[in-house]
Design a binder for this molecule. Structure first.
Ligand code: CP
Length: 316
């Protein structure tokens, strides 16, 4: 794997391979075993043009546990705020000898531009681009579901027949898109539930069912319910729903949570708007995997860095 830009186009064997490597990394990721020397001498740059807590920190932890040198770059406080372009920023990083670049950018497609530009010869990982994709989030979600369902026997397993209901702001969610492609490749059945104003126009071509009734979706008893954050920063006033109305119709509140199947897994990529898309009772319950998702993010990002940066990189 030369770059990780999208989950679309990754085949089932490749996806299971990455998840299995993440399993191999888990003891190191969780600090039960000392760090690995695998990426000693390599430099990973975290290039973040948008805010992040989980993704940036877990990529930093992942790179360090593989013994890479890590440079953290945030657009705030850099020469980007003086108008420096992505090209000049990339060429500056190339001059510093970056082997891998983890990029989060507000523009959909920015990681692909970087990968195809020739400005820098490095493995590029998309850490979230606009409303397009967030592939490592989808991998950590798939890893978390697999572990919840299969425990220590997860290696080699796909998600055949697992029902996953993804709820909320689908329109602006790169997490929803990356999960759609990855989870369906792994055999899961994906249902989106959202207000009509927050469903993309092109959804009819997606391999997913789209519904508008969260109560019916909860009562259907999905194996997994994934609540999405309302992305207020990507909405104009015409899209932004009334918070009370949103919570009443589209939130996993206490009443809906109490009707959910007792073994349904409750997921949220974070950061959560508690009381809006998810109640604290649901988020903090034993059914919730929110913190496991964060922990598993380190294993999955170690696997991605390993695949891109260890040995000679291959075109794919
Ligand atoms: N899930 C996720 O991408 O979180 P951050 O924005 O904190 O990185």
């Amino acid at each position: 794997m030369r770059h990780l830009l999208s989950t679309k186009g990754i085949d089932r064997a490749e996806a299971i391979g990455l998840l299995d490597i993440a399993e191999d990394m888990a003891d190191v990721a969780n600090r039960e075993v000392k760090k690995l020397p695998t990426l000693r001498g390599k430099t990973v740059v975290n290039l973040f043009f948008e805010d992040s807590t989980r993704t940036r920190i877990s990529f930093e932890a992942a790179a360090k546990r593989l013994s890479a040198d890590v440079i953290n770059f945030s657009a705030k406080g850099s020469s980007v705020s003086k108008g420096e372009s992505l090209k000049d920023t990339a060429q500056t990083l190339a001059a510093m000898g970056a082997d891998g670049v983890v990029i989060r950018h507000q523009a959909s497609g920015a990681p692909q531009v970087l990968a195809e530009s020739g400005w820098i010869d490095a493995g590029i990982i998309n850490a979230g681009d606009g409303t397009h994709e967030h592939p490592t989030q989808a991998f950590l979600d798939a890893f978390t579901i697999r572990r919840r369902l299969h425990g220590a026997a997860s290696r080699g397993k796909d998600l055949d027949g697992v029902s996953v209901t993804i709820v909320g702001d689908i329109l602006h969610s790169r997490v929803a898109r990356s999960n759609l492609w990855l989870l369906t490749t792994l055999g899961a059945e994906v249902t989106f539930v959202a207000p009509p104003t927050l469903v993309p126009a092109d959804h009819s071509s997606w391999p997913a069912t789209v519904g508008f009734d969260l109560d019916a979706a909860v009562d259907a008893g999905p194996d997994v319910i994934m609540m999405l954050r309302i992305q207020a920063e990507r909405m104009n006033a015409a899209f932004f729903p009334n918070s009370r109305e949103y919570s009443r119709s589209w939130g996993l509140d206490d009443a809906r949570f109490s009707r959910l199947r007792a073994d349904s897994i409750v997921m949220h990529p974070g950061p959560m708007n508690r009381g809006l898309e998810i109640s604290s009772k649901a988020a903090d319950s034993a059914q919730s995997s929110v913190l496991e998702q964060v922990t598993n993010g380190v294993s999955v990002r170690m696997a991605a860095l390993y695949l891109l940066l260890s040995g000679d990189r291959e075109d794919s």
